[in-house]
Design a binder for this molecule. Structure first.
Ligand code: K2U
Ligand code: ZN
Length: 187
């Protein structure tokens, strides 16, 4: 877990089909204290979910910030600010993806196997990275989020409608449980 001098907060993750997940994120104008605090909060949220990636869109912040950590030791945080896909291989690969905004849903998505991405780091410096394997999948999955795209949109229309129905049912059950708790607390 990286060390930051400000208190960190666990942020609420938007659930599909929340329309805010489909907003396009704006470029970060200045890598300042506010962005460093956002990254700290996103990293904590990702580690606690647990997940191996998180995009600012998922925590209802519509700026181009992504955090990734695919390490087993969970202490190799990668930060991508204003990421740009510079190249992608013709070779495609399938990976069974999940998403913290679509809990319980996993399905195969085909993406370019090797990518090159340029971004700013937390110091505001530009860097480029060649990625393959799970790292390439994760970065592309998170960059989709910044474009307002959720991985289920790579699936068939039929699957999307079934997933949407299941997510809405899950949310209704959660709301009922929650209102039940509130009622019992009020008694
Ligand atoms: O919701 C998110 O964006 C976090 C995603 C990142 C991800 C999705 C698919 C493939 C790779 C990364 C995941 O929910 S993090 C959970 C997870 C953990 C290990 C492997 C795959 C997914
Ligand atoms: Zn996701």
């Amino acid at each position: 877990m990286p060390h930051y001098n400000q208190a960190m907060a666990k942020l609420a993750i938007l659930r599909y089909p929340d329309p805010r997940l489909h907003r396009r994120a704006k470029p970060v104008a200045q890598v300042d204290e506010r962005i460093r605090q956002l990254v700290a909060d996103m990293a904590q949220t990702m580690y606690e979910a647990p997940g191996i990636g998180l995009a600012a869109t998922q925590v209802d912040v519509h700026e181009q910030v992504i955090v990734v950590d695919i390490s087993d030791s969970r202490d190799q945080l990668m930060v991508f600010i204003n990421p740009v896909l510079m190249s992608q291989s013709e070779t495609l690969s399938d990976y069974e993806e999940g998403c913290l905004s679509v809990p319980g849903i996993y399905d195969d998505v085909r993406r370019p196997a090797v990518i090159e991405v340029s971004a700013l780091n937390l110091a505001g410096e530009s860097f480029s990275l060649r990625a393959e394997g799970l790292l390439a999948v994760c970065i592309q999955h998170e960059m989709d989020h910044l474009q307002g795209k959720v991985f289920v949109q790579h699936l068939s229309r039929l699957k999307q409608s079934r997933i949407r129905a299941r997510m809405l049912k899950q949310e209704k059950e959660r709301d009922q449980d929650h209102s039940g708790e509130q009622t019992s607390l009020a008694l």
